[in-house]
Design a protein around this ligand. Sequence first.
Ligand code: PAF
Length: 290
Amino acid sequence: MPSAMVLKGPSEVREACDAARARGLTVGFVPTMGALHEGHLALTREAKRRASFVVCSIFVNPTQFGPNEDLARYPRDLAGDVAKLEGVDVVFAPEPEAMYVPGERTRVRVDDLTAHLCGPHRPGHFEGVTTVVAKLFAIVGSSVAVFGKKDFQQLAVVRRMARDLFFPVEVVGHPIVREPDGLAMSSRNAYLSPGERERALGLSRGLGAAARAFAGGERRAGALRRLALAAVEPIATSIDYVTVADPDAIAPLPDDATAPERVLLAVACRVGGTRLIDNVVLGEDPPPGA
Ligand code: PAF
């Protein structure tokens, strides 16, 4: 399998995509921050099913990290990442100055959908995401872009951004890819010590317990939330949220609400120093966990 062409400049990528379209190909896009794992590779395979020319970006986007977050230590291994990719035609790996040219002053912000869950815990994060994804969409001009559902709120925010700004791109969500024991794949799992890796299973176990209760007829939002919390509380160093929410509005349901037939249960917590997120859409996804 020939390896992908690695391009660093936005205009080179735009030219490669324009040339592909001129040859009658359709362009699919997978944005990543690298440290690629099987979850990312599943996104690129999905893009390849939906388009004939696939671009994968590898860019650790500085504007989506808070001042006390892991920007400096985020794992970077471009050569290793490129070697893992199959069926990808172009890897776009820009330097930060190519994406944020000196003097640039534009930010893209989506309201409402960012008001809950990760939004309040990571001020500025979603603005950084939507800003860089808007830039990437403008450069690549793909007709389809694939995002993982582990970042469920990000997917909703990017979809809204694409719709509101008339980007002619279909934003596709791909199911969470899990390790055999249930842990959702994440580049940040690499930070976990063996003991923390074991504790991290509390997230998928809690979501699994709630998903099985939901399948058995439980509709009390508080009961579903508490089932997840019971598994997360003992293993978490700190908890940002364990929330039952409307999956479209990303708006939490109060504990005394009755859950609808499709409802999001989402968790964010720290295990040691590592922030982990996971979720399940009850009524839609299979119960996570081994
Ligand atoms: O999900 C990610 O890896 C990032 O948030 C994204 C979409 C590549 C934007 O930097």
